[in-house]
Design a protein around this ligand. Structure first.
Ligand SMILES: [Zn+2]
Length: 298
């Protein structure tokens, strides 16, 4: 974090957003302010991308969605800016942060994430799109953590979706604000493309902003024997009070694929609060997903 004050930031926010966008931004004011600050830094770096949405998946108390624009965003088939693999959507699992304080190895967490991706691929909504895994080359594939001092500025276009692994509790406290470190299991952050005037783009004219990349981060405080979440360890296929990796990955990558929160009830994959193992989407989940992908690739 640099030294810009919250007050300065709020003034900057008010001055820099268009009236329509300012009216539409919704979520936790502190989280939105951090998003605006990161976007200012991305502009300073000359990158035509901006943080658009952060969705927190929690245990216990839920948290609001944080979103800059009312207008929806979508992946654009064949988008050269993100080095798109044609009409496929690509994902990558960052193996360097795949082990957990609860004792899981990357050899356990990565297949759980793959199973979640395979579940979405098998869903009826994905008849027209292939979800393709890219190997972890060892290069840093993520960027969002760098704005909070928890990693370097990686390459944002190694894959469309990056499951960035398990990061320290303090990162989640920094991103989510007070209580975030204890309550947030994971979050999904979506970036959109902007033009040289910092205006979001819609290059394919579908009336949606263009998704640039998505990153998913998991909170390593769960199951850390040295803290107050020791009793809720990340595990594979274990019921509450354990936290099931595949269930959380299915939820988070649902965001990566373009679906927001709804409910509860019913107790669907895309509810914002963890409620135990769920490895299969409900019809409500599929309806949301089909509305996003039904018109693919246009
Ligand atoms: Zn969520």
């Amino acid at each position: 974090m640099n030294k810009i004050s919250f007050g300065t930031l709020a003034l900057w926010l008010a001055a820099s957003l268009t009236p329509a966008a300012a009216f539409a931004a919704e979520g936790n004011p502190q989280v939105l302010a951090r998003m605006a600050q990161i976007n200012q830094q991305l502009r300073a770096m000359g990158l035509n991308i901006a943080v658009e949405q952060i969705e927190f998946f929690t245990i216990g108390q839920g948290r609001p969605s944080n979103r800059i624009h009312a207008q929806e965003f979508r992946w654009v088939a064949n988008d050269p800016r993100r080095l798109a693999d044609g009409e496929n959507i690509t994902y990558l699992v960052d193996q360097s942060d795949g082990a957990t304080a609860s004792g899981l190895t990357n050899a356990q967490t990565e297949p759980a994430i793959d199973r979640a991706m395979n579940t979405w691929q098998a869903n009826r909504c994905f008849k027209k799109v292939d979800i393709v895994k890219r190997a972890d080359s060892g290069a840093d594939p993520d960027i969002f953590d760098s704005f909070f001092g928890f990693g370097q500025m990686g390459n944002p276009f190694l894959a469309d979706i990056v499951n960035a692994g398990w990061l320290p509790r303090a990162f989640f406290e920094a991103v989510g604000g007070p209580g975030g470190g204890r309550g947030i299991l994971a979050f999904s952050v979506t970036f959109i493309f902007t033009d040289n005037n910092d205006v979001p783009t819609d290059i394919n004219g579908d009336n949606r902003l263009d998704t640039a990349l998505n990153e998913v981060y998991y909170n390593d405080t769960f199951g850390d024997p040295n803290n107050d979440r020791a009793g809720n360890p990340w595990q594979i296929d274990q019921p509450l009070p354990a936290i099931d990796v595949e269930t959380v990955a299915l939820h988070e990558n649902g965001h990566s694929l373009g679906v927001g929160h709804f409910g509860p009830p019913p107790n669907a994959v895309m509810n914002p609060v963890y409620a135990g193992i769920r490895h299969s989407p409900l019809s409500t989940d599929s309806s949301g997903m089909c509305s996003v992908w039904g018109s693919w690739p246009k």
